[in-house]
Design a protein around this ligand. Structure first.
Ligand SMILES: [Zn+2]
Length: 471
């Protein structure tokens, strides 16, 4: 399988460094509130990558962290007046429930920052010892970026204009997330401040807590070692977060860190950046409340190539519902035609198999994880499913299941449309409304429409007149 690598700027083959398991790390959520659909676009694409590798015959080892201490979690726990652990536990459970609803495989390990404080302190000690970090007058410990000449290579900093800061204060930053275009020595250990309340740990530099960037480096070293196969996150993490992780890890450890960088691009909603003030900020819960299923959300989020910005709209969720309905019908018809009763759970590796009509869809997924084109190819073949020989049907059936499994799309069970009997009083009301409409008596028209609605019926005007349907 080939995947574009942010560092080299080229598609690269994916194969495990150790020849056994493909070991990869994904920056996980900060558990201070519900994750939004932009976060889930990234988690879903990472899930598709893992599923595709596994179907292709690779064993994987997937590690994703939980950020359970930082500026936002502490602020949230203090505002909610509950212990930090209780606060982050609740949001972790919500995150897991959302992931399960979206059919994302749980990572093999999910370490948290709070559970790895000693490992983080140890890494800082090593960085101080080697001259890459210093204990500043404000009590915090900073990474000295001038000590690491490679700093900025991933995000191509040399091609961008940066504010290098003029004073000592401007050159250091204690914020967990600092401005994108300022370059500063970033914090490894944050000296305790009043606003952190009871949340601090003892260290050789006094009371405090680790900086946000550090946890990934420390946990990666523990779970994946000094060199591993792939590191992933949303594109907004390239700078400064991933740049800082590289600096910390390469200076503290001996290996090459990540062999491959996989970043998923932004999600736009209604053509704009998601924001609470614009009213276009959606969590999975928000969309479920509007009547959409998690699978419709997953399907929609697969509808654009991961390296292109995706524009998410409620219309695209409608389209997803229709598409899943078409798939459901096609699978049902296939099952009827060839006597297959169930969609098997897809377990076996398909490295050597022929995927029949769906070989192209599978191939395109293997080339830079093009989910959009893959879905297009699946639909292009659906109609041909009914005209296959028995042996071709078997290959195509396996192929279709493999592709759907790789995409993590669960197709709803087909339910044949039921024959609806319209009661005479409903027809009468609809007829009266049609007369009112012809007379342009809009008030009566609206009243009758509301009356029908109250009785559970919807009236639809079409080119042939009107029809009523159950709501
Ligand atoms: Zn990270």
């Amino acid at each position: 399988m080939k995947l574009y690598d942010t560092a080299s700027g080229k598609p690269q083959d994916l194969s495990p460094i150790d020849g056994e398991r493909f070991r990869f790390y994904c920056c996980g959520p900060t558990v201070y509130g519900p994750a939004h659909i932009g976060n889930f676009r990234t988690f879903i694409l990472q899930d598709v990558l893992r599923r595709t590798l596994e179907i292709g015959g690779l064993h994987t080892y997937h590690v994703r962290n939980l950020t359970d201490v930082d500026d936002k979690t502490i602020k949230g726990a203090i505002a909610a007046d509950i212990p930090l652990e209780t606060f982050t536990q609740g949001w972790t459970e919500k995150f897991h429930a959302d992931c399960a609803a979206l059919n994302c495989l749980p990572p093999h390990d999910e370490p948290s920052a709070v559970a790895h404080i000693p490992e983080q302190i140890q890494m800082i000690e090593s960085l101080v010892e080697k001259g890459h970090a210093y204990h500043a007058d404000d009590g915090s410990v900073y990474f000295k970026i001038s000590s690491f000449p490679e700093y900025g290579r991933l995000s191509k900093l040399d091609e961008r204009e940066l504010d290098l800061g003029r004073t000592q204060n401007e050159r250091t930053s204690t914020a967990d997330e600092y401005e994108k275009d300022s370059l500063s020595d970033f914090v490894l250990w944050k000296a305790h401040k009043e606003e952190d309340g009871a949340y601090f740990w003892e260290s050789p530099w006094g009371k405090g807590r680790p900086g946000w960037h550090l946890e990934c480096s420390a946990m990666i070293q523990k779970y994946l070692g000094d060199s591993f196969d792939l590191h992933s996150g949303g594109v907004d993490l390239v700078f400064p977060h991933h740049e800082n992780e590289i600096a910390q890890s390469k200076c503290a450890c001996d290996g090459e860190f990540a062999n491959h960088w996989f970043h998923v691009t932004h999600l736009l909603v209604d053509g704009r950046k998601m924001s609470k003030s614009l009213g276009n900020f959606y969590t999975l819960g928000d969309l479920e409340e509007k009547g959409y299923s998690a699978m419709e959300v997953r399907y929609t989020l697969l509808g654009a190539h991961y390296r292109k910005p995706m524009n998410f709209t409620l219309d695209s969720l409608h389209a997803a519902r229709e598409a899943l309905g078409k798939l459901s019908r096609a699978i049902h018809e296939f099952q009827e035609e060839y006597g297959v009763r169930e969609i098997p759970a897809f377990k076996d590796s398909c490295q050597e198999k022929d995927f029949g009509l769906f070989q192209d869809a599978w191939n395109i997924l293997q080339f830079d994880l093009n989910t959009q084109a893959c879905i297009g190819k699946v639909f292009a073949q659906l109609k041909r499913l009914k005209a296959l020989s028995k042996s071709d049907a078997k290959d195509s059936w396996i192929g279709l299941n493999a592709v759907l499994h790789a995409l993590g799309v669960r197709v709803p069970t087909f339910t044949p449309p039921t024959q609806v009997t319209i009661p005479p009083e409903i027809t009468e009301l609809a007829e009266k409304r049609a007369v009112a409409k012809a007379q342009k008596d809009w008030t009566t028209c609206d009243t009758l429409r509301d009356e029908l609605k109250g009785q559970g019926w919807q009236v639809i005007d079409d080119k042939d007149g009107w029809q009523v349907k159950p709501l």
